[in-house]
Design a protein around this ligand. Structure first.
Ligand code: DGL
Length: 283
């Protein structure tokens, strides 16, 4: 059995790359839904259906676990799929399968608290408000997943999401650093105006933003900590596999890359996300 990694395109390779580095012997199959990217401007129903189809494709290919390496799919579709589709699908398949997202690990890294601590902090006196900015796609911002889930754990963290509708299309179309820097600066300014001051910390809550993290660093006040989503996801997956030996991750170091888009070699964008070119099979 292998670990599946799903994203709306190739941005999830930023997460995948770290998973592969941290679990070098595990078998991995990556699926990029390049025929349907971007998810960030789609409706909730569309995102749920596309994410379900992607997971099913990865389970068919021999995966036991699927990591949604996409904030939009994790924020909008994961809970729905876990509650409505997965239980019956698992029964029909007759073997353990599960789907995990990247938002919970990111929130754990941002709050320093696992889920179990949810209620403990309620009622505690708030001494100093820690303001966290989440830069993300419009669909992730609309889901309010970061606000809702962080608020369950930490009353002393205020979360502000900033939807950035143009950044993914700009990166996908090969925009240059100057154009992207202007877009990022505009969003940092907008969210700082909304908050009344710059944020204390930030989450780059979209796979694509990892490759322009330096532009966010330059636009935010010097030294603003950025929560590292690939590292947080790898830590969480390793802990999950230790606790759940029923999900075999394999030992052969398999690396397969599937796409719903055009199969074959992919360069520029893939190099930015993965660090080198890759060859994709038709999903
Ligand atoms: N992978 C998506 C995310 O992390 C960004 C690309 C898209 O909009 O599909 O939200």
């Amino acid at each position: 059995m292998a670990i599946g990694v799903f994203d709306s395109g190739v941005g999830g390779l930023t997460i995948h790359r770290t998973l592969v580095e941290r679990l070098p012997h595990a078998d991995f199959i990556y699926l990029g839904d390049q025929a349907n990217i971007p998810y960030g401007g789609r409706s909730g129903e569309e995102i749920v259906e596309l994410t379900r189809a992607g997971c099913e494709r990865l389970f068919d290919a021999g995966c036991s676990l699927v990591v949604l390496a996409c904030n939009t799919a994790s924020g909008v579709a994961l809970r729905r799929l876990q509650q409505t589709w997965l239980p019956d699908y698992r029964k029909a398949l007759g073997r353990p399968v599960n789907v995990l997202g990247i938002i919970v690990p990111t929130i754990e890294a941002a709050t320093g608290l696992p889920w179990e601590h949810e209620a403990e902090r309620r009622g505690e006196k708030v001494e100093k408000l820690d303001v966290l900015a989440v830069f993300c796609t419009p669909a992730t911002a609309r889901s309010r997943v970061y606000e809702i889930e962080i608020d369950k754990r930490r009353q002393d963290v205020a979360v502000f999401s900033e939807p950035c509708p143009n950044i993914v299309p700009l990166i996908e179309s090969g925009a240059g650093a100057a154009e992207l820097a202007k877009e990022v600066e505009g969003h940092v300014k907008a969210i700082s105006t909304r908050i009344g001051r710059p944020p204390d910390r930030a989450i780059l809550g979209c796979t694509h933003y990892e490759i322009i993290a330096d532009l966010f660093r330059a636009a935010l006040p010097p030294g603003t900590p950025l929560i590292h989503q690939p590292g947080a996801t790898a830590d969480a997956l390793i802990r999950y596999l230790e606790r759940h030996p029923e999900y075999e991750a394999g030992t052969g170091g398999l690396r397969r890359f599937l796409t719903t888009g055009r199969p074959g070699a992919q360069h520029e964008l893939v190099e930015a996300f993965w660090g080198g070119p890759l060859s994709f099979e038709q999903a």
